[in-house]
Design a protein around this ligand. Structure first.
Ligand code: C2E
Ligand code: CA
Ligand code: CA
Length: 619
C-alpha cells in the first residue's frame, strides 16, 4: 500500500510532539495555535493513512463503500482545517488590526461553508496498484479552499514583510511553499502521495525556527529568559489580558562574590520561585527574577510568601529587593514594563510599589533621557555664560559656564530639569565632556582672555571623575586645545558617596598640580558644608544664592557669613557671592568683604556672543 511516506511523516511528528509536550511552555497565543496546528496535522496524517487502507479494503476485500467515502471526507475536511489553522497562525501578528479582524471573520465563514459543502457534495475513490486517490465535487471544493488559504497566507505575509522578522518570513514561506509544491507534484503524479509528508516537514521547520522553546530557557536555572518575558508581555498587551507581576533582585552577600556561589544562590532562588505556584518565572537579569500573575492579590500574597522565606530560614538563600506591580495595564506596554524595572531596581526601599506617581516619574526621566541623547546627537547643547565681577580689580575677571539644551523650536531647557537626572543615569559623563569641550573651544579663540577674563568656571559633578580615566577629559582637552590650565576653574559640590569623594580628591590634586583651580559651589546648602570646606583643596567658596539672599532677612545667616568670610580669608581662600540681584545687595556684599560677585544685578547668563558684547561695553 502506498502509505510509507505518510507513516514516516507521522513518526516524525509524534517524536517531535513528545518533545513539545515535555518543554516548559510559555502560554502565549502563538504557541497555543502552533500546538493546535500540530495536533491537527497529526490527526490529518492518521486519516490520510486510514483512508488509503479503507480504499484498499473496499476495492479488494469488499469493505463498505459508504464508510470508505465517509473516511475520505473526514480526511479532506481535516486538510481544510489544517489550511485554516495555518492561515490563522501565519497571520497572527497581522490580525489584531481592525481590517484583519474582518478578514479573519471572512476566513472563518468560508471555512464553515467549505466544510458543509464537503459533507453534502459527492466523493468517489480510485485505486489501481500504487495509484490511489479520491475525486469528485467535494475534492474540488477542498482544493479550492486549500489553495485560497495558502495563497492568502503567502500574500499577507509578503505584503507585511516589513513588520515581520526575516526569520519568521523565511519559515512561513518554507512551510506554505512545501505544501504548495507537494500538492502540485501529487496532482500531476498521482502515485506520489506527498502532501501529508510535506505538511509534517513544514511543522518541523516551524518548530525549529519559530517555536523552539529552548531559545527561551535560561541554561543555568531552566527558567524563561528576558526575551521570553518580552514575548509573553506582548501577548498580554495585544489581547488586553490583565496581569500583575513582581520582580525580585537578589542582594548578593558581597559585590564580588565568586561565580559558583552566585550561581548557587541563583539556582536555589529559582527553585524557591518555582515552588510558589504554576505561574511562569523569568530570569530577566543575572540576579533578577520576574513572575507574572493573573491578579494583583495573588501576586501580593506570593510576594509576601517569598519575602518571608528570604527573611527567614528556608528556600531563598539570600535577601532580595522587590518591585510589585498590582496592575500591569497601568504601564502602557512592554517597553514601559522594562523601563519601570530598570528605573527602580536599585531604589532604596525593599518593596517598590508601581503606582501612577512612580510611573509618571519614570516617564519623565525617560523623556529627559531622550532629550539629552537627542541634544548630544543633534548638537543642541548650548553654553551660556554669566560674568563674575572682581571687587578688588573693579572689573569682570571670570565667567561661569551654565549649560542649556535648545529645543527644536529654539526654546531653552534649564539645567535644573536635566542635570540631576543625567547625574543619576550616568549621562552626565558624556554630557559633561561635551560641555567642557565647548568651553575649551571658546577659550581657544583667546577672545575672552583679551577682554580680561582670567578663567571660566565650569560646573562638574563628582561622577565625572570615574575610575578608569582620572581627570582624563580635562587634561585631554586642555592639551588638545593648547590651553593654559589656569584659565580653567572647576566648580564642585558635595557628594555623599565616600568612594567618589576619594576619587574626586585624587583628581583634584592631579589637576591642581597642572594649574587648574577649584571652587566649592553652593556653600550653605545641603550640597556643600563645613566638612567639604575643610577637606577640599578649593581656592574659592561660592555662597549659594539662598545664602546670599538670606543675609538680608536672617540675622543668624548674616553672622555666619561674616564669620565665614574671615575664616576663608585666613585660609587664603576667596569668596564668591552668587545671586546678587540689586544695587543694595551689591553694596552690602562689598561691605561684607566678598571678593567676587555674580548675579542678575550685572547680567543673567547669556550666549557667548552676548557675553563678549557685554565685556566689550564694560572696557
Ligand atoms: P549653580 O551652579 O548654582 O548656578 C547658578 C544658578 O543661579 C544658575 O542657574 C544661574 O542662572 C542662577 N543665577 C545666577 N544669578 C542669579 C540671580 O541673581 N538670581 C537668581 N534667582 N538666580 C541666579 P542655572 O543656569 O539654571 O543652573 C542651575 C544649576 O544647574 C546650576 O546651579 C548647576 O548646579 C547646574 N548646572 C548648570 N550648568 C551645569 C553644567 O555645565 N554642569 C553641571 N554638572 N551642572 C550644571
Ligand atoms: Ca555653579
Ligand atoms: Ca551655585
Amino acid at each position: 500500500m502506498n502509505i510509507e511516506l505518510q507513516i514516516c511523516g507521522l513518526a516524525v511528528l509524534i517524536i517531535f510532539f513528545i518533545f513539545i509536550e515535555r518543554d516548559r511552555k510559555l502560554n502565549v497565543k502563538n504557541r497555543r495555535l502552533f500546538v493546535a496546528a500540530f495536533i491537527i496535522c497529526i490527526i490529518c496524517l492518521v486519516f490520510d493513512i486510514v483512508s488509503i487502507v479503507c480504499i484498499h479494503e473496499a476495492v479488494y476485500n469488499g469493505f463498505s463503500p459508504v464508510l470508505t467515502r465517509a473516511v475520505c471526507k473526514v480526511y479532506i475536511m481535516l486538510l481544510v482545517t489544517q489550511g485554516y489553522c495555518g492561515f490563522l497562525y501565519g497571520c497572527l501578528d497581522l490580525t489584531v488590526q481592525f481590517r484583519y479582524k474582518v478578514i479573519r471573520a471572512l476566513a472563518l465563514v468560508l471555512y464553515v461553508i467549505g466544510e458543509i459543502l464537503i459533507i453534502v457534495l459527492p466523493i468517489e475513490y480510485h485505486m489501481d496498484g500504487r495509484i490511489v486517490y479520491s475525486y469528485g465535487a467535494a475534492n474540488l471544493c477542498t482544493y479550492a479552499l486549500a489553495i485560497f488559504y495558502i495563497s492568502f497566507t503567502l500574500y499577507l505575509t509578503f505584503k507585511h514583510k516589513k513588520d515581520i522578522s526575516h526569520r519568521r518570513l523565511v519559515a512561513l514561506f518554507t512551510w506554505q511553499g512545501l505544501w504548495l509544491v507537494a500538492a502540485l507534484i501529487q496532482f500531476f503524479s498521482k502515485e506520489t502521495l506527498l502532501v501529508g509528508f510535506a505538511a509534517a516537514v513544514g511543522m518541523v521547520v516551524l518548530y525549529s525556527q519559530l517555536e523552539n522553546p529552548n531559545e527561551h530557557i535560561d541554561r543555568v536555572t531552566g527558567l524563561f529568559t528576558q526575551n521570553a518575558l518580552s514575548l509573553f508581555l506582548m501577548d498580554k498587551y495585544k489581547y488586553r489580558e490583565p496581569f500583575a507581576f513582581y520582580t525580585a533582585k537578589i542582594k548578593y552577600l558581597a559585590p564580588f562574590t565568586e561565580l559558583d556561589i552566585k550561581n548557587d544562590a541563583v539556582i536555589r532562588s529559582a527553585r524557591a520561585f518555582l515552588e510558589l505556584g504554576d505561574e511562569p518565572v523569568f530570569r530577566i537579569n543575572d540576579d533578577m527574577f520576574c513572575i507574572i500573575y493573573e491578579s494583583g492579590d495573588r501576586a501580593y500574597d506570593k510576594l509576601m510568601e517569598i519575602k518571608a522565606r528570604a527573611d527567614g530560614v528556608t528556600g531563598m538563600p539570600v535577601e532580595a529587593k522587590f518591585i510589585y506591580c498590582p496592575d500591569g495595564t497601568l504601564l502602557s506596554g512592554v517597553d514601559d514594563v522594562f523601563n519601570f524595572i530598570h528605573c527602580y531596581e536599585d531604589s532604596a526601599e525593599d518593596i517598590v510599589i508601581c503606582d501612577q506617581v512612580l510611573i509618571d516619574r519614570m516617564l519623565h526621566r525617560r523623556k529627559i533621557y531622550n532629550l539629552i541623547e537627542n541634544a548630544l546627537k543633534d548638537d543642541r547643547v548650548r553654553i551660556y555664560y554669566q560674568p563674575i565681577y572682581n571687587v578688588k580689580k573693579g572689573r569682570f575677571t571670570s565667567a561661569e559656564a551654565l549649560v542649556r539644551i535648545e529645543n527644536e523650536d529654539g526654546t531653552m531647557v534649564s539645567p535644573a530639569e536635566f542635570i540631576p537626572i543625567a547625574e543619576e543615569n550616568g549621562q552626565i559623563i558624556v554630557l559633561g565632556m561635551r560641555i567642557f569641550r565647548k568651553v575649551c573651544e571658546l577659550l581657544a579663540t583667546g577672545e575672552l582672555q583679551r577682554l580680561g577674563i582670567e578663567n571660566v568656571e565650569v560646573n562638574v559633578s563628582a561622577a565625572q571623575f570615574d575610575h578608569e580615566n582620572p581627570a582624563g577629559f580635562v587634561t585631554e582637552y586642555v592639551d588638545e586645545y593648547n590651553l593654559d590650565p589656569a584659565n580653567i576653574n572647576l566648580e564642585i559640590t558635595e557628594t555623599a558617596d565616600n568612594d567618589l569623594k576619594h576619587l574626586l580628591l585624587l583628581n583634584m590634586e592631579k589637576l591642581i598640580r597642572l594649574g587648574v583651580t577649584f571652587s566649592l559651589d553652593d556653600f550653605g546648602t545641603g550640597r556643600s558644608n563645613l566638612d567639604y570646606f575643610v577637606s577640599m583643596p578649593a581656592r574659592n567658596v561660592k555662597f549659594d544664592l539662598g545664602f546670599t539672599q538670606g543675609y538680608f532677612t536672617n540675622s543668624k545667616i548674616r553672622d555666619v557669613m561674616r564669620g565665614m568670610v574671615n575664616i576663608a580669608h585666613d585660609m587664603d581662600m576667596k569668596i564668591v557671592s552668587e545671586g546678587v540681584e540689586t544695587g543694595e545687595q551689591y553694596e552690602e556684599m562689598v561691605k561684607l568683604g566678598v571678593d567676587y560677585i555674580q548675579g542678575y544685578y550685572f547680567s543673567r547668563p547669556v550666549p557667548e556672543g552676548e557675553l563678549i558684547e557685554f565685556l566689550k561695553a564694560g572696557t
